[in-house]
Design a protein around this ligand. Structure first.
Ligand code: KG4
Ligand code: ZN
Length: 327
C-alpha cells in the first residue's frame, strides 16, 4: 500500500510517500521561517500564498525521489484541519484534485491524528492503547489512544499550548522565531534554578494544563535576569508542569503500557529526557518519534492516511476544510 501525504496547516509545506509497511519512500518539506520572521509569528495570508507556491514542486519532487508516479499510489491523504484555514484549503484542494484526476480515494486527515499516530510509523512495536502527550504549537493534550479514530481526551490546556508558551517566551527574550529551538539553545547555557517561576496547576486534582501564568511571570522577570537563565528556568518550569500532569494521567490510565510523546515540543531534549524517566518510574515503556517526525511534516499525514485507509476510512471529494477540529 502506497500513500501520498500532504501537509499545509501551519507554516510548513510538505509532501511524502509512505507505505503501509512503514517505509518512508520520500519526504520533502519547505519551511516559511524567513517569510514570517519579520512579524515574529505566522501570518496566515503569507502562509497560504507560500503553500500555493511550494506544494506543486514538492509533490513532483517526492515522486521523482521515489521513482514513482501518481498512478502508483493507493490513496491521497491531505490534512483537512485543524489549522490556518487558507493553508489547510491549499493542501486539501490539491489532494482532492490529485485524487480526482487519478481516480484514487481521498483520506482527509486530522493534523492532530497525524501527530497522534506518528509514533507508530517510527516504532513498529507500538500497540494500542497508549497514553499520548501531544505537545505542539497549537495544542497541549493528554490522550488515551485506543485505536485508529478512537481517542479519549484526558486533559487539555485551559489557556496556552506548550509550544505557544515557548514561542511567546522566545519573543519576550528576543531570541527570534521559531521560538522553541531558540529557547532550548539558550536554556542549555543558563541556570534552571536562577529565576523562581510558577508551575501552574502543578498538583491540582483537575487533569488540565495551564501556561499563561508562566508566560506572564517570564514577562515580569525580563531585564532582571540574563536571557539564558530565564530560558533555562522557563524550560524547567514547563518540564515540571508536563511531568506532573502526565504522572497524574499515567495513574489514571493503567491500561496504557506505553507513554508516548509527539508534536513539535517533543523535539525538546529536556522534555524527552524527563518523560523517559517518568515512564521508567511508572513501569511503562517510552516512545518518542525521531526529531524530524515530531515537528510538522507530511510523512505523519501519509501514515495516518495509511492507517485510516487500511481501516476502510476514506472521504468524499466534497469533504470540508476545518479550522477547528478536536480529535
Ligand atoms: O507540531 P508543530 O511543528 O506544529 C504545530 O502543529 O503546532 O509544533 C510547533 C511548536 C512550536 O511552538 C515550536 O516552538 C515548538 O513546537 N518546538 C519546540 C522545539 N521545536 C519545536 N519547543 C521546544 N523545544 C524545541 N526543540
Ligand atoms: Zn503540528
Amino acid at each position: 500500500m502506497l500513500i501520498l501525504g500532504l501537509e499545509s496547516s501551519c507554516d510548513e509545506t510538505a509532501a511524502a510517500l509512505v507505505t503501509g509497511d512503514r517505509r518512508v519512500l520520500a519526504h520533502r518539506l519547505a519551511g516559511q521561517e524567513a517569510a514570517h520572521a519579520p512579524y515574529g509569528g505566522v501570518v496566515p495570508e503569507i502562509a497560504a500564498r507560500a503553500h500555493v507556491e511550494a506544494l506543486p514542486p514538492l509533490i513532483e519532487a517526492v515522486f521523482a525521489d521515489a521513482g514513482l508516479t501518481l498512478a502508483d499510489v493507493d490513496a491521497v491523504a491531505a490534512t483537512a484541519g485543524p489549522g490556518l484555514i487558507g493553508g489547510v484549503m491549499v493542501g486539501l484542494v490539491t489532494g482532492k484534485a490529485l485524487a480526482h484526476a487519478a481516480n484514487k480515494p481521498l483520506v482527509a486527515v486530522n493534523h492532530l491524528e497525524g501527530h497522534a499516530l506518528s509514533p507508530r510509523l517510527s516504532d513498529p512495536d507500538l500497540d494500542f492503547p497508549y497514553l499520548l502527550l501531544l505537545v505542539s504549537g497549537g495544542h497541549c493534550q493528554l490522550l488515551l489512544v485506543e485505536g485508529v479514530g478512537a481517542y479519549r481526551r484526558l486533559a487539555t490546556t485551559i489557556d496556552d499550548a506548550a509550544g505557544e508558551a515557548f514561542d511567546k517566551t522566545a519573543k519576550l527574550l528576543g531570541l527570534g522565531f521559531p521560538g522553541g529551538p531558540a529557547v532550548e539553545r539558550a536554556a542549555a547555557l543558563g541556570n534552571p534554578h536562577a529565576v523562581p517561576l510558577p508551575r501552574p496547576l502543578k498538583g491540582a486534582a483537575e487533569p488540565h494544563f495551564s501556561f499563561a501564568g508562566l508566560k506572564s511571570a517570564v514577562a515580569r522577570a525580563v531585564g532582571e535576569h540574563s536571557s539564558e537563565d530565564l530560558a533555562a528556568s522557563f524550560q524547567a518550569a514547563v518540564v515540571d508542569c508536563l511531568l506532573d500532569r502526565t504522572a497524574r494521567a499515567l495513574a489514571a490510565a493503567p491500561q496504557a503500557s506505553t507513554l508516548v510523546v509527539a508534536g513539535g515540543v517533543a523535539a525538546n531534549a529536556a522534555v524527552r529526557g524527563a518523560l523517559s524517566d517518568l515512564a521508567a518510574a511508572h513501569g511503562r515503556r517510552f516512545v518518542a518519534p525521531p526529531l524530524w517526525l515530531c515537528t510538522d511534516n507530511a510523512a505523519m499525514i501519509a501514515w495516518a492516511g495509511a492507517e485510516r485507509f487500511a481501516a476502510g476510512l476514506v472521504d468524499p471529494l466534497d469533504v470540508a476544510a476545518r479550522p477547528r477540529w478536536p480529535l
